[in-house]
Design a protein around this ligand. Structure first.
Ligand SMILES: Cc1cc2nc3c(=O)[nH]c(=O)nc-3n(C[C@H](O)[C@H](O)[C@H](O)COP(=O)(O)O)c2cc1C
Length: 370
């Protein structure tokens, strides 16, 4: 394969540090942290991807300190001495391998149902008492957060970010995507409020902007704050927050002004144009509109999107010429890689050396043996 991969191996400034290349490991839930504590297994999992050449690791979602933040088994916490001790070890190992690492701060909102960890008696919380599309008609509606509840959750994100900083992480990513709590406030279908947090887009943005502001205040001006957002939602893959560049601008400018340094535009296939009349993808539009650095993601190096992974389907390696062309044109700055890095921790090194034929395919079994 005769392509110029050097463009992926240019450094990039990231707060006070510098990433040695443009490859980012996408956040992917593992469910390998019993009791919410990341173990030495978690440290070696991320260290391997750093050793393989991912310059920035975004961890799996880590839940903030709120009774309803979690929705899945054995997900790590970003609070509590025991969990933070585990994270310190993870950070040290990744740094030792020469890469940077940030946690993804997460609250699942109305995806949570009673019966889930850590306290089965606690149900979900959301902007409105509307069942999440993931659960269909039979879902138990969440408790709508009041003003106090909103303040408590925002404080939990700010504290999670401060905790991340205290154990040596290089920044934080706020999970504002995929139909979880922050996105539930942004999305009309899940946000039916009639107070200052619902209704117009400006009002639906208020939770996110206050949260970003609180995180920024907690970590100071130098610490990178990444915001992940998406059009698609869990349970509604065709869901949309915005329909054209003007609406995207109305969404992103307040988020940028609230303190986002880097936007992570989550799509399932990076080569798909976001709007008509331009080939730009969501990350491309985001960079054009905000002027902020952006991360693209979605089927990098693979021939089908990640939904298949949850239906027991694999994906084969595929060329990245289109990605490199877009990166060379500065349509985005960083490239997040998900399943390809689960399948093959050496993916960046193999790409750099041009050893494309050695890259391993993604098999669904890889998820079981993470
Ligand atoms: C097993 C698995 C777990 C995931 N967990 C998360 C998560 O915790 N947070 C998140 O924002 N995205 C999550 N995602 C989405 C990925 O970050 C990524 O956007 C998606 O896999 C597309 O990238 P890929 O095509 O390179 O795999 C997950 C994806 C997979 C396959």
């Amino acid at each position: 394969m005769n392509i110029h991969t050097e463009t992926l191996f240019r450094p990039f400034p990231f707060g006070p540090t510098t990433l040695w290349n443009r490859i980012v490991m996408a956040p992917m839930t593992r469910s390998h942290s019993p009791g919410g504590i990341p173990t030495s297994d978690v440290a070696s999992y991320y260290r391997k991807r750093a050793e393989g050449g991912a310059a920035l690791i975004i961890t799996e979602g880590t839940v903030v300190e709120h009774p309803g933040s979690n929705g899945y088994p054995a997900v790590p916490r970003i609070y509590g001495d025991d969990a933070l001790k585990g994270w310190r070890q993870v950070v040290e190992e990744v740094h030792h391998a020469g890469s940077a690492i940030i946690p993804q701060l997460w609250h699942v909102g109305s995806v949570r149902q009673p019966g889930m960890e850590p306290d089965p008696s606690v149900g979900g919380f959301g902007p409105s008492a509307v069942p999440h599309p993931t659960h269909g008609e039979t879902g138990i509606p969440p408790m709508a957060l009041g003003d106090d509840g909103i303040g408590t959750v925002i404080e939990a994100f700010a504290q999670g970010a401060a905790n991340a900083r205290s154990v040596g992480f290089d920044g934080v990513e706020i999970h504002g995507a995929h139909g979880y709590l922050v996105d539930q406030f942004l999305w009309e279908k899940t946000n039916r409020r009639t107070d200052g947090y619902g209704g117009s887009l400006e009002h639906r943005l208020r939770f996110a902007t206050e949260l970003i502001g609180a995180v920024r205040a907690a970590v100071g001006p130098e610490f990178p704050v990444v915001f992940r957002f998406s059009q698609w939602k869990m349970g509604d893959y065709r869901g949309k927050l915005v329909r054209d560049p003007q609406e995207l601008e109305a969404l992103l400018i307040p988020l940028a002004e609230a303190g986002v340094d880097i936007f992570h535009a989550s799509t399932r296939t990076y080569w798909k144009p976001e709007f008509k009349d331009s080939h730009l993808n969501l990350a491309g539009w985001t960079r054009k509109i905000t002027g902020r650095p952006t991360i693209t993601v979605g089927s990098v190096g693979l021939d089908s999107d990640f939904l298949g992974a949850f239906m027991g389907k694999g994906a084969d390696p595929m060329g990245i010429e289109n990605l490199l062309e877009r990166l060379e044109r500065d349509e985005f700055d960083l490239v997040a890689v998900g399943r390809a890095l689960i399948a093959d921790p050496q993916w960046p090194t193999k790409v750099q050396k041009g050893h494309f034929d050695d890259i391993k395919p993604f098999t669904p079994e890889a998820l079981a043996t993470l």
